[in-house]
Design a protein around this ligand. Structure first.
Ligand SMILES: [Fe+2]
Ligand SMILES: [Fe+2]
Length: 413
């Protein structure tokens, strides 16, 4: 069955095994990884039979690979067989999905790069695999655990329980001091900054009327601006964590970092960067008013659900207007992040010059981050693929800003 061997470094996309549907003809060659090499497991047009699934499961394989040029065919295949996926036992029966949606709210995604082998932790670590969360390290205050070698980082998202957030906060707060002697690790401080920002966002989303918590976010936005202006590579470090699923806090930080990066590249002054960053980091705050089931829904929303989803923009505006001193310019980044130059965006359907600079920037940052994030029915674009796709969408996004955006991100792998 295995016919061809190739280097793993090629332009291949990872596909969770559960996206292959038993009884269907495959839309492209399917590869598996063995000893860091990719081998063709099934060819385009072959039947994906129960025996193939069992063989892969026996080998402990949870991901397969396809060539990136086959992504459109594969996405068409997924959309055509979406109903089969939704009724598949392990991939999304209503009860399973509800459990997943509920569970996801109880976990917080973390960056495994900060969990060092040999270090002691007093919080449990879990790995998200599809709709399930599996314990990887069990630890508590009474029974701390030492982190072993070889954490399973690339097979799913590493998460902790939300009830352990303060323990994780203490753990990462101590990291820069521990690492300060290792001057060749400048990334630690930046990674910690990103994780701190996600925790602060979590606190604010839980208590969005709090003036104290928004001040904390404001201070962290300033730190992000400082770390980006001192070091362009910080953009990459701050973006390094791409989840296998959609996480609002990681997305919010990414959109802020990308917006600040783009603002910096066009020579924006610090005061403006601050307002832009603040609006960008809170651009999706209105999602707290939308049900988890709609937010976590994998696949296309129906018209009614999409209308509900769109309300996150006006809900966000309402909320942030209630904060005295929240700048009007920041509101623009929030209000216009789904507008398109073509007039096909929402909520205003604004076109051309009616979309202001902060809106144009946050829309580009938001779109890029959505493209590069994987969801159950959507393959994540690699950065260069996302940029390539965006470069053809000048009818929707500001062409000059797109050009600059592509230039600053062009070297991200
Ligand atoms: Fe949004
Ligand atoms: Fe967004």
């Amino acid at each position: 069955m295995v016919t061809k061997v190739t280097e793993i470094e090629g332009p291949y996309a990872t596909i969770p095994l559960r996206q292959l549907i038993v009884g269907t003809r495959l839309p492209c060659d399917i590869f598996i990884k063995e000893n860091r090499l990719l081998k063709v497991f099934l060819n385009r047009g072959m039947l994906y039979a129960i025996i193939s699934k069992e063989l892969l499961t026996e080998k402990g394989i949870s991901n397969v690979y396809i060539h990136t040029r086959d992504i459109p065919d594969f996405e068409f295949y997924i959309s055509r067989h979406r109903s089969s996926l939704q009724t598949d036992d392990d991939a999304g029966s209503t009860a399973e999905f509800k459990k997943y949606s509920y569970n996801k709210e109880r976990f917080h995604q973390i960056d495994p790069a900060l969990i060092k082998p040999g270090g002691k932790i007093n919080f449990g670590l879990f790995l998200r695999d599809g709709l399930n969360f599996h314990p990887v390290v069990e630890a508590t205050d009474d029974m701390p655990a030492e982190v072993g070698e070889g954490m399973p980082g690339d097979s799913g998202d590493m998460v902790i329980k939300r009830s352990d957030l303060h323990r994780y906060h203490e753990y990462i707060s101590a990291l820069p001091e521990l690492e300060s002697s290792e001057s060749n690790k400048p990334g630690i401080k930046t990674l910690v900054l990103k994780e701190m920002t996600k925790i602060a966002l979590h606190d604010f989303f839980d208590d969005p009327k709090s003036g104290k918590k928004i001040k904390k976010i404001h201070a962290l936005v300033n730190e992000i601006i400082g770390s980006i202006s001192g070091n362009r590579d910080a953009i990459c470090t701050l973006l390094s964590l791409k989840g296998h699923d959609y996480y609002t806090y990681a997305h919010s930080v990414n959109v802020a970092v990308l917006s600040i990066g783009l603002g910096t590249a066009i020579g924006m002054k610090t005061g403006d960067l601050e307002k832009l960053g603040l609006g960008a980091i809170l651009h999706d705050i209105g999602k707290i008013a939308i049900s988890h089931e709609i937010l976590n829904r994998q696949g296309r929303l129906n018209d009614m659900e999409f209308n509900i989803f769109k309300n996150h923009v006006s809900e966000g505006e309402k909320l942030m207007r209630s904060h005295e001193g929240f700048p009007d310019e920041s509101l623009v980044a929030l209000l216009q992040h789904h507008e398109k130059l073509s007039g096909k965006g929402y909520p205003g359907g604004l076109s051309g010059s009616r979309i202001e600079l902060f809106g144009r920037i946050s829309a580009i940052a938001d779109y890029y981050d959505v493209l590069t994030t994987e969801r159950l029915y959507k393959i994540a674009y690699k950065p260069f693929q996302a940029l390539q796709k965006m470069s053809g969408e000048t009818a929707h996004y500001d062409p000059e800003l797109l050009k600059t955006f592509i230039k600053i991100l062009g070297n991200i792998k």
